[in-house]
Design a protein around this ligand. Sequence first.
Ligand SMILES: Nc1ncnc2c1ncn2[C@@H]1O[C@H](COP(=O)(O)OP(=O)(O)O)[C@@H](O)[C@H]1O
Ligand SMILES: [Mg+2]
Length: 507
Amino acid sequence: MSEISRSQAHVHRDAGTAPRGPGGPHGAAPRGAGAYAPGTYGSRPRSSSSLAVGELVQAALPLIAAWLPGQRWYAGKGQAITALHPLSATPLLTGDPAMVHLLLRVEHGSNADIYQLLLGLRAEAPAGIGPDALLGGLTHGPYDGAALYDAVHDPELTGRLLGHLATADRFGPLAFRRTPGPGLPSDLPGRAGTAEQSNTSVIFGSSFILKLFRRISPGTNPDLELSLALSRAGSTRIPRVAAWFESRMEATEPATLGLLQRFLPDAEDGWELALDQVARLKGDPSPGNFAVEAHRLGRATAEVHRVLARALPVARLDREQTGRLATAMAERLDVAAAAVPALRRYRPALHTAFRQLTADHLTGLTVQRIHGDLHLGQAMRTPHGWVLLDFEGEPAKSVAERRLPQPALRDVAAMLRSFDYAAAHLLAGAEPDPELAHLAAGWAARNRTAYCAGYTAAGGSDPASSPELLRALEIDKAVYEVVYEARHRPGWLPIPLTAIHRLATAP
Ligand SMILES: Nc1ncnc2c1ncn2[C@@H]1O[C@H](COP(=O)(O)OP(=O)(O)O)[C@@H](O)[C@H]1O
Ligand SMILES: [Mg+2]
């Protein structure tokens, strides 16, 4: 690391307004002081009347710099960190334990990202903090000797966070916000989930799940924006939004930091369910009928689209704008073909499919806000039907791009690709087996048809009546998958390439 900036640290030495909730023995950081108990960590804090959070952060930065690149959600892998600039440091709890919320600008080469960290401090690291969650022992500064760790793995500290959400507190630049409705518990410990890649989820009992965004973009996260719109409209197709929290950074719109939703304890993951059904094609006398579920999932998708179209802007693209949509797809194809040679022979046919979009949509296309990254793994089956999750959109796109209205069929096309992927699992890693390939193709086709039928039955525009659009959107998605697989899982490349072949040679 060539530089750890001290000059840009904009720290919040006081905790803003007093918390509205009751304070416990280790209450939330009090207004104006946030006094660290002298001697908490073996050495006296330099100032017994302030939390000295700025000094704490400076002492913590080298530990953070060493720990950050190893985190699953850290995006700058492979590039050395060249600078760390704390943007805000907000004490949420003082004493032992203590908790500090940190927004950190991380520079690596010519790129920079903002990350959200929740730092826990205790005289001794709690038993449940594994080596991955431990940043290390502070060796100087006001908390010399304290153990510094990722507070999302400390149920007591995440419980505090829930308390702040429950009482809609404000601390410095942080605002905790609640939706109207039943009160939130403030005394449930939270346990960190293990599955996520890009965010960290914390589950409270069997009631709530808090998604903590790790890489922070300025402005409202589409996951909050769309989930809130659906929740406010009373949709039962998503887990109800109970609360969120955000930070006033420089942008006019606060940046979303976390989203609290109802936890669905009885929900089953759509991808796992589909894989289970696909596996039964191998000789199970009762292979099940996933098409019934696919139909219901199509209905759920149409219902979500209908609510989003009512709650958020809808537009009609003119021919020129539709042309730009097609051009953007064509450009993505060219970039992909430059990177993945196997795509090249399909380029002319795929370009023709994109051009068709403007030829066949002379009066333009209707666009609206959509899910943006729909697949079977973003859907859960509950005893009350299918629920959609994770409205963040495609992670590779900028937030501005993800918030643009799109043809609703983009989500449909994405889910159709997901049925293909589930079916292809049956064949992955095995010797070629034409009979099994036939069964898998049949499974995908049946479920694709059922999904579209469900979508249409619930009032969505019939995908079959816009074949050119659906085809272009499926190609666009498959091109994205080709690049992804070539880069990350070359063994899976045949899955999207088979789809590209089908889409390029379709009559
Ligand atoms: N409300 C919920 N109830 C139950 N499980 C959930 C809920 N929300 C998320 N999950 C689980 O957490 C996983 C990741 O959630 P998701 O919002 O998709 O985050 P990510 O952005 O990390 O993909 C989901 O696939 C699901 O298994
Ligand atoms: Mg997800």
